[in-house]
Ligand binder design. Structure first.
Ligand SMILES: Nc1ncnc2c1ncn2[C@@H]1O[C@H](COP(=O)(O)OP(=O)(O)OP(=O)(O)O)[C@@H](O)[C@H]1O
Ligand SMILES: [Mg+2]
Length: 273
């Protein structure tokens, strides 16, 4: 069932608070797990029966890229590690999980990894559609700007009428920063987290304008009155103004952009069990 924006932000605050926390936590009732296999990181989020996060673990890793698994065994190892952390925290095994995939790619990209990690896959949907399904939306577009890709889902009266994805994201901003300062990509990623000191928004602007052109193409011909941003790239302060200006539409940015897609994936199975 869809939730309000306020409730989504409340759950995101809980998730941010417990991210990578290993201390024990006793949860009664069913658990709902979701695994986001991104191009920049892998996130496991576990919810209780009310849809509130009770465990969340993130590992930065480049195991998939633009809808292709570049390191299958590495991806399985990470998923197993994250599951073990969650099992230790919750004192319970996680035997099933939901997952997602970039729109327009084969969902087996993700489900094969979960199955190899010993999980039953209870639900699978493309990334922006997961977020679109979680929130109560009408005449809106969810735009998920991750590390390697930007995915768009258009929602009319709660129904997803379009989704697509293109290979442009935070990685390209990292490359611009690396080129500008003549530094490594890893160093550029560090500077990206100090946006004011290094004038990151200005360096990111050409990439963000290119991404907003992609979004404009995705939403063309659909009744869209609002943009919902998600994905780690949207942690960059000032990003909503760039999209508001470029697209001429109001933009809603969640309090924890990095965690909204994982929360939405974990929520996929809430009404299923
Ligand atoms: N504080 C921050 N400021 C700017 N960018 C950030 C910040 N935190 C994370 N990022 C960027 O967010 C991106 C990762 O976001 P996310 O976890 O949504 O991607 P992903 O799901 O792994 O990738 P994709 O959805 O493309 O497969 C990286 O490019 C990272 O540099
Ligand atoms: Mg993603």
């Amino acid at each position: 069932m869809a939730i309000t924006w306020k409730e989504a932000e409340r759950r995101l605050d809980i998730a941010a608070e417990l991210l990578d926390k290993t201390d024990r936590c006793i949860v009664e009732g069913p658990l709902h797990a979701g695994i986001d296999l991104g191009t920049a990181d892998v996130v496991l989020m576990v919810l209780n029966a009310n849809g509130e996060p009770v465990a969340a673990f993130l590992e930065w890793a480049e195991v998939v890229r633009d809808g292709i698994v570049v390191d299958f065994i590495g991806a399985v190892d990470i998923v197993c590690r994250l599951l073990e952390k969650a099992a230790n925290r919750l004192n319970r095994e996680i035997s099933q999980a939901a997952t997602s995939f970039p729109p327009g790619t084969d969902h087996r990209l993700s489900t094969n990894i979960l199955e190899r990690a010993g999980l039953d896959v209870v639900a699978v949907r493309d990334e922006p559609c997961c977020v679109a399904q979680l929130l109560q939306l009408d005449k809106a577009a969810v735009v998920d700007i991750g590390g390697g890709t930007t995915g768009t889902a258009v929602v009319q009266n709660g129904n997803i009428v379009f989704s697509d994805d293109e290979p442009s994201g935070g990685r390209h901003i990292g490359l611009s920063i690396a080129g500008h300062f003549d530094i490594s990509f890893e160093e550029a990623e560090k500077r990206k987290r100090q946006p004011e000191r290094y004038g990151i928004l200005d360096l990111a602007r050409p990439t963000l304008q290119r991404i907003s052109d992609i979004v404009a193409r995705h939403i063309k011909g659909h009744a869209v009155e609002k943009i919902i941003l998600t994905g780690g790239t949207c942690c960059l302060p000032g990003i909503e103004d760039v999209f508001m200006h470029e697209l001429g539409l109001p933009v809603q940015l969640p309090n924890q952009p990095l965690l909204l897609t994982p929360l939405a994936i974990a929520s996929l199975s809430l009404n299923k069990i």
